[in-house]
Design a protein around this ligand. Structure first.
Ligand code: ZN
Length: 398
């Protein structure tokens, strides 16, 4: 049965100017039309939904979350919740995420394969949530601070061990692989600028994923680590803090996606030590805040493909609040609202290798869409506090 959404402003995700008084039609799970009204006829039996004064956009795609983490002030305390309970909680968090208009997520590392379990439960219809791409455990070299996230890292050193680690994730059903190219802010003793897995080790991970047509995401802050990851063949650079003009050039040349997860630092700073964020995280974050902002601005202005990722689950970074990343990128002048919406839809779909199916409201795409009260032309706050309807695969879920 055809559902016709009439009268809203359409922002289709492609980056094209918004269309006023638009018509969007879906039939079963697919979009059959999205554009100006008066061009395509609405079938007589269609269900008509009048949404004058509202805005309709594609379902958002968060390319970087951790579904089994809960936004605790000190991430170490996540370890104190037992895995089975965490799994149930994660399923609930994913429902919240879906209700917020996030119809697809890429989970960049979970404890003891909780991500795979939740993905399968949603796919089986036991609970509702976004479409999930799961990595399983994060492949890391033996490194200081990994114990801060018990069960989230698969430590491996040398090409043979790394190959085994990659195959283990694929065996349990990973949809992509995640690796550590450099140290991390959130691991005590982790040095964000320092390289971790070397180029050959990362190339092995890419090789194993590629056998199944799958991609690799690299956690990478330091310049050399970013370059090594790109040369090894990864598809996305997570965070990218110390990228410079050389890296920008390389990323553009190779169509590499940057997933900045800007709000991680923003929320840590906003909440601070007084609210229990560990001092070692704040200290590292303070030291590089300015550089990071400048580099991100430069990358966006130069035309690096920037996907939407939140690192939801980290300190005060709650599931369902994902759109805050886009809101803040706009409010701090990194992107225009239209750019941010494309980043959160089309560009993220491309980063995940799903752009033939999702990411824009165009004919024959999967009918994932969000109706928001009010306008998104000047600010994106309504994505946080005024989501009206959510459709996923043509089915109304909110
Ligand atoms: Zn992360």
């Amino acid at each position: 049965m055809v559902v016709a959404f009439k009268g809203a402003t359409l922002i289709d995700g492609t980056g094209k100017a918004p269309v006023k008084d638009a018509l969007v039609m879906i039939d079963e799970n697919l979009v059959t039309y999205a554009g100006p009204s008066g061009i395509k006829e609405v079938p007589e039996k269609a269900e008509i939904i009048n949404i004058n004064g509202k805005t309709i956009i594609p379902g958002l795609i968060d390319a970087h979350i951790h579904l089994d983490m809960h936004g605790m002030a000190d991430t170490f305390e996540e370890n104190l919740v037992e895995d089975k309970l965490r799994t149930v909680r994660a399923a609930r968090e994913m429902h919240k995420t879906l209700l917020a208009g996030i119809t697809t997520v890429r989970n960049c590392g979970s404890v003891n394969y909780i991500d795979i379990a939740v993905k399968e439960a949603i796919a089986a219809g036991w609970c509702e949530g976004p479409r999930i791409l799961a990595s399983g455990k994060i492949i890391s070299m033996t490194a200081a601070g990994n114990e801060y996230f018990l069960g989230m890292y698969r430590e491996a050193d040398g090409c043979d061990e790394v190959r085994k680690a990659a195959r283990e994730q694929l065996k349990v059903g990973a949809d992509f692989l995640k690796l550590m190219a450099t140290g991390a802010y959130m691991n005590p003793g982790g040095v964000p600028g320092a390289s971790q897995l070397n180029r050959d080790e990362m190339a092995v991970v890419v090789e194993e994923a590629a056998k199944l047509g799958l991609r690799v995401a690299a956690h990478a802050h330091g310049k050399q680590g970013i370059i090594d990851a790109i040369e090894a063949g990864v598809a996305t650079i997570e965070h990218g803090t110390f990228l410079d003009d050389d890296v920008i050039e390389l990323m553009i040349k190779r169509d590499i996606f940057l997933v900045p997860t800007y709000i991680v630092g923003y929320l840590m700073k906003e909440n601070g030590e007084e609210n229990g964020v560990p001092e070692f995280m704040l200290e590292k974050s303070r030291k590089t805040e300015k550089v990071w902002q400048e580099n991100l601005r430069r990358a966006i202005d130069a035309g690096v493909l920037v996907a939407f990722g939140t690192d939801a689950g980290t300190n005060y970074n709650y599931h369902g609040n994902n759109a805050l990343e886009l809101v803040i990128l706009v409010e701090e002048g990194f992107m225009t609202p239209l750019q941010a919406i494309s980043s959160g839809t089309k560009v993220s779909a491309e980063a995940l290798g799903l752009s033939s199916e999702i990411g824009t409201l165009e004919e024959n795409k999967i009918a994932d869409l969000v109706v928001v009260g009010g306008s998104l032309e000047n600010k994106l706050r309504p994505l946080l506090d005024n989501v009206d309807m959510v459709y996923q695969g043509g089915k109304r879920v909110r």
